[in-house]
Write a protein that binds this ligand. Sequence first.
Ligand code: HEC
Length: 334
Amino acid sequence: MVRRGIAVTLFLAALAVLAFAAQTATVQAAPPKQNGVVGNPGKGAYLFALAGGCGCHMGAAGFLAGGEVFELGPAGKVYAKNITSDVETGIGSWTEQDVVNALRHGKRPDGEQLFPVMPYPYFSGMSEQDLHDVAAFIKTAPPVSNKVPARELNVPVPPFTAPPQPADAPTEGVARGSYIVNTIAHCSDCHTPTTAEGAPDMSRFLAGNPMFGSANITPSEEFGIGKWSQEQIYLLLKTGKRPDGSSVGGLMQLVLDGGLHDITEKDGFAVAAYLKTVPPVNAAPGAAAPPAAPPPQTLPTTGNSTPSMLIPLIAVVLMLLAGGAFVWRRARKV
Ligand code: HEC
C-alpha cells in the first residue's frame, strides 16, 4: 500500500515536472537585491522552528549536513545539500545574502537554480528581514564535513519569479496567522488536496489531503475543526493533543517535533484566528467535492505562487521524511 502510494506519487511528480518543463522558460528570477538588511540569528531560530526545522537537511550525517536523496522518478534525483558552515562541503563560504537568495529566489551564488523540492516558492513570500534572520541562524550551524553527491536531473529546473514580499512581516492577528500558515509553516502543503494535475485545489483549501492522511482544518463543524476554540487549536500546535485528549501522529507529529511546537502563544492564536476565517469545506478529506466554496479572500497576499509541480514533489519529500523520522528526531537531539 505504502509502496504503491510512493509509486503513484513519484509518477505524479514526474508528470508535473515534465508538464512544467514543456512550458517555455520565459521569465527569469529578478536579480537579488542588496539592501543592507542584517539578520538576527536569535529571531531566525524561532522562524526556523516554525518551518519545521528544515527537516529534509537532517540526515544521518548530522544537523543540517544533508545527504538525503529525493528520487523524482524519470526526472532524476536530487540530494538535500549540506547547509552547515563547513567551507569545503557545506555553505561556509556563502554570505548571509547568498543564503537569502537561495531562500527567496532558489538561486545559488554560482547562479544555479535549485530544484523546487527545496520549498523556496513558499519561503519567498517572507519579509526581507525574516529571510535574513533565518539565514543568519543557518549560518550558525556548526561545520560538518559531508560531501553530498551532485544532483542528476533529466529535466530543466522550472523558472521561478519571486512574488512580492511584505515590507514587514505582519506581527499580529489574522494577518500574522495568514503569513505563518502560507509562507513559513506552509500548512497547506499537507492540508490542501491536489487536483488531478497535481495543483493545489484552492476550492478545498485546507480541507485535508488523503495522500498524507491529513485532516480537514477548515471551520466546518462536522468535518473540520469548527467546534474547536482558538485556544484548542493553539494547544494542538503546542502539545500535539486534540481537545478530546488524543494525540496527532504521522506527519503532523513530525512537523511539531521539527520545531512547530515552539510556536509562541501569540503566534498560535494568530494561526487559530486565521484558520477561523477560511471558508468551511463540508466534506471529509478525499470525499467528493461539495459545492465549490469561493476561494479564500484572505489568502496569501504573498508567497502563494506555488507552482503546480511543487505539491507532488513535496509529497515525495514528505514520504521520504516519514521514513527518516527516526533519524530526524535523533538529529535534533544532537
Ligand atoms: C508535513 C505535513 C503537515 C504540515 C506541514 C502540517 N500538518 Fe497538520 N496534520 C498533518 C497530518 C498528517 C495530520 C493528521 C494527523 C493524525 O491524524 O494523527 C494533521 C493534523 C492536524 C490537526 C488536527 C486536526 C484534527 O481534526 O485532528 C490540526 C489542527 C493541524 N494539523 C493543523 C496544522 C497547522 C495549523 C499547520 C501549519 C502551522 C499544519 N497542521 C501543518 C500534516 C501536516
